[in-house]
Design a binder for this molecule. Structure first.
Ligand code: MIC
Ligand code: SF4
Length: 647
């Protein structure tokens, strides 16, 4: 029987385990990436592992998230990361060089290789035919030191994109359509492999827009074949020698095959407050828009920005509109500067932002109270933009530009006086890697710098035999990592867990940290109760580290998302699931609960019962730990586990 692309890459990288859906496998990791918001903790943990040198073929440390620098903290973190990269052997991409996923695609991604990144949008590199997976910083630190990553063998589904997109329709509309079909819940443990005749007209940056937002589906990753267009893209980035062909065998088998006719796709919008809340633009036409932002790792490529410039050329955006353009990388910025698009955008009234995450992570360009913002980014969770009352819609650059021009939600197909800008990718991109610092030779290695904001990674104790707990908070469905630990203005505390922990559940339960402290001093462990899809969104392990720091020992939910579940385990917090979802109603904040003999139960795969002492009811919970996960939990987290193993 033939193999698909995912199977081929996994087969070539399989270190342990069987290629059977659900089995635990260990993969060889070729490349890693970190960004500054998760990277400081990842490198602190790498240091704590006591490994002297990075072992993967390539590791890149990017600075793209925390660049606001309203105090010394961010700049100190950047310096720490630069010195850590120098000492351990990573490439260092300086602030201003671009967003990690955009730069990685341009300069480092290689077909057929594996990439583990401490950012949930790492699968962007799947557009290049890489098996690219997002994980917590500690998993990435371990991969840098051991070249290994353990996960469950995925379910692989195939989506055939057939035909051709109509004018004014962008790859973003494809992934929004897929999000409409699949939603953001219930896709855990799946990898999507793309194929079909439509690939002939989708260039690598367009494919990367699609794989980027696979993160919003909650899947492990998604991937495109490596073909003629991949080769052309690599050649245009002066990296033709890194091309290799990668295609599925014609008799490859998949769990499911879905066909999508590209000609039927129309402009789409993800409506507030979820990327899965998708509707056709035509249903929302005429709604007043206050802000339009083009950028983020989803849609900030050269062609995206050139297209936007073409649409607004010769016009001025309305006086009450705030129009922001953030190029994805320094390469993109230089190229729009050289071809005149930048000046077109400036003439139209655009505010040009840095080539960083910025607005997308909520640390700048927060909309006004109650404003409507159209963005080309990938997440519109309530409050993520920095304004709780704002309504954020996600769209293609074409739709966003049409809205910027008209001041209302507008279908780009109605821009009748404009010729559709079908730009081919340039034959040569502007290649200048001078803002990437190469790993230093042995003789030039410097000491690591740590500013006063950088603390030690917190330590955890091994699992208690009995959890005598109190429910510190009960939350609903689809609680994202942005709800658990906000980014935006709080981002600068990423390297200072004690301080950052004060903001856990800031938007939905601001008394949580105090509650945890009180429960702890009364002798209780803290418990979080949640509904469906807890921990959606980012890979930020702070959503587990900070609760761990506050004494949380278990999360009991109807379901928990993949990266967050692993992060909980990595920091010694039990992810437990209701067997009967209705039992959710039998647990409330303040209830005193007990679980006895946990280590014995999980090692013997026995029945796990939680006793709610306040309500006098027993609740059966399920868990599904691999052998390694059991040992990690019992040790009190991955760092303790590794140290114990090394003794
Ligand atoms: C995000 O888009 O939410 C982030 C910020 O890039 C996160 C990483 C982080 O929180 O540092 C992600 O997606 O993993
Ligand atoms: Fe940065 Fe936004 Fe992409 Fe996250 S989703 S990496 S914050 S641009």
């Amino acid at each position: 029987m033939g193999l698909g692309i995912v199977e081929k890459i996994i087969k070539e990288h399989l270190l342990k385990g069987k290629m059977i859906s659900g089995e635990e496998i260990t993969l060889k990791i070729d490349q890693t990436l970190t960004q500054d918001a998760t990277g400081t903790m990842a490198y602190l943990q790498f240091e704590a592992l006591g490994i002297s040198k990075i072992k993967t073929e390539l590791a890149v440390s990017y600075v793209d998230h925390n660049t606001i620098q309203t105090g010394f903290e961010n700049a100190d973190d950047h310096r720490y990361l630069q010195t850590a990269a120098c000492k351990y052997g990573a490439y260092f991409s300086k602030a201003g060089n671009g967003i990690c996923h955009q730069v990685h695609l341009e300069r480092f991604a290689e077909p057929g290789k594996t990439l583990l990144g401490s950012d949930s949008h790492t699968p962007t590199a799947g557009g290049m035919g890489m098996l690219a997976i997002g994980a917590g910083g500690l998993d990435v630190a371990v991969a840098m030191g051991t070249c290994e990553y353990t996960m469950r063998y995925p379910k692989i589904i195939r989506i055939n994109l057939e035909g051709k997109l109509n004018p004014w329709i962008n790859a973003k509309d494809i992934i929004l359509t897929i999000l409409k079909m699949f939603g953001t819940k219930g896709n855990v443990g799946t990898i999507i492999e793309y194929g079909g005749s439509g690939l002939e007209s989708l260039d690598v940056p367009e494919r990367a827009t699609i794989t980027n937002m696979g993160a919003e589906l909650g899947i492990t990753t998604s991937i495109f074949p490596s073909d003629r267009l991949t080769k052309r893209f690599l050649l245009s980035q002066n990296r033709g020698d890194q091309w290799k062909e990668l295609k599925a065998d014609s008799d490859a088998r998949y769990e499911k095959v879905i066909n999508i006719n590209l000609a039927e796709i129309e402009p789409m919008l993800a409506c507030p407050h979820s990327p899965g809340n998708v509707a056709p633009v035509k249903e929302l036409i005429g709604k007043k828009v206050d802000q339009v932002i083009i950028g983020s790792c989803t849609n900030s490529s050269y062609n995206d920005l050139k297209t936007v410039a073409h649409i607004v050329k010769g016009h001025r955006i309305p006086q009450n509109m705030s129009f922001v353009v953030a190029p994805g990388s320094r390469q993109v910025l230089k190229m729009i500067a050289d071809d005149g698009s930048l000046s077109t955008l400036i003439n139209a009234g655009a505010r040009i932002a840095e080539c960083v995450c910025g607005f997308c992570i909520g640390n700048s360009h927060a909309p006004a109270t109650g404003a409507v913002s159209i963005r080309t980014s990938n997440r519109n969770f309530k409050g993520r933009c920095g304004t709780q009352s704002a309504s954020v819609f996600l769209s293609s650059p074409e739709t966003a530009a049409a809205c910027a021009l008209s001041g209302v939600i507008y279908d780009p197909r109605d821009l009748k006086e404009l010729v559709f800008p079908s730009f081919a990718l340039p034959k040569k991109f502007h290649v200048d890697d001078t803002m990437i610092i190469l790993p230093a030779p042995e003789s030039k290695k410097t000491e690591i710098y740590k500013g006063p904001n950088i603390g030690e990674p917190p330590k955890n104790k091994p699992l208690f035999e009995n959890i005598n707990g109190k429910i510190a908070i009960k939350v609903g469905d689809e609680i994202t990592t942005d709800h658990i630990i906000p980014a935006g203005s709080r981002l600068k505390y990423r390297s200072n867990i004690e301080k950052y922990s004060q903001f856990v559940f800031e938007g939905i339960g601001p008394s949580f940290p105090k509650q945890c402290k009180d429960n702890k001093s009364d002798g209780y462990s803290n418990i979080i109760v949640a509904g469906l899809s807890y921990g959606q969104g980012s890979s930020r392990e702070h959503a587990a580290i900070c609760p761990m720091y506050l004494g949380v020992k278990a999360v009991i939910a109807k379901s928990i998302e993949r990266i967050h579940r692993t992060n909980l385990i990595n920091f010694g917090i039990l992810p437990l699931i209701f067997i009967k979802p209705d039992d959710y109603q039998h647990l409330n904040a303040g209830d005193i609960v007990e679980i006895r003999n946990i280590e014995k139960i999980i090692t013997e795969n026995a029945k796990l019962v939680l006793e709610n002492k306040t309500k006098n009811v027993d609740i059966e919970l399920k868990y599904d730990f691999t052998e390694k996960e059991k040992q990690i939990i019992v040790s009190g987290g991955l760092l303790n586990y590794i140290k114990r193993k090394d003794k």
